[in-house]
Design a protein around this ligand. Structure first.
Ligand code: NI
Length: 185
């Protein structure tokens, strides 16, 4: 396994759309292992998408099971060729991103989604998601379409925030400022 380099904004490659995965083989699964190791090696990201490490295929990993406040979630998921087929409601929430290390932003996302995807063996998967997990999946699918949360922030004056501390892991101290609360994806 290997820790891969994360592309950072404003790298133009982050605007590139990713291709569907067609072949579910050992090479794919080996890449997924590297992507997972990369996700875990940084500042405790709840999600990562293949194009963030320069591989332009529709692969994301999400895991909201260790969110600070317990949230409804499906645990660790590898989602290949994920498609959102239903949306319901909307809400504003703070997002961060491994590719945008110095800022967080307020972003509007659907509250509930239904997604369809394949797993690493090519098996069909489907999930109903809500709240935080739904937000993370929407954020990661945006990466597959060459979009960052920065592209969805309504006002760069009022909705974008400088990140004061970029923590490598979850701190033990309970008191944290709001801008330090945001987990990256
Ligand atoms: Ni991101």
């Amino acid at each position: 396994m290997a820790i891969l380099e994360i592309l950072k904004h404003p790298d133009p490659r982050l605007k590139q759309a990713s291709q569907k995965v067609e072949t579910f083989d050992k090479t794919l699964r080996s890449f997924i292992a590297d992507l997972e190791e990369t996700r875990r090696s940084g500042p405790a990201a709840v999600g990562i998408a293949a194009p963030q490490v320069g591989r332009f295929e529709r692969i994301v990993i999400v895991d909201c099971s260790s969110a600070r406040k317990p949230v409804p979630n499906h645990g660790h998921l590898v989602l290949i060729n994920p498609v959102i087929t239903q949306w319901d409601g909307f809400e504003v929430g703070r997002e961060g991103c491994l590719s945008v290390p110095h800022h967080t932003g307020e972003v509007i996302r659907a509250t509930r989604i239904h997604i369809e995807a394949c797993g690493p063996e090519g098996e069909s998967l489907a999930f109903d998601m809500e709240g935080y997990e739904a937000r993370v999946v929407q954020h990661e699918i945006d990466h597959l379409d060459g979009k960052l949360f920065l592209d969805r922030v309504v006002s760069h004056h009022t909705d974008l925030f400088q990140r004061k501390v970029y923590k490598k892991s979850r701190p033990a101290a309970p008191a944290r400022k709001p801008e330090e609360e945001t987990r990256v994806a």
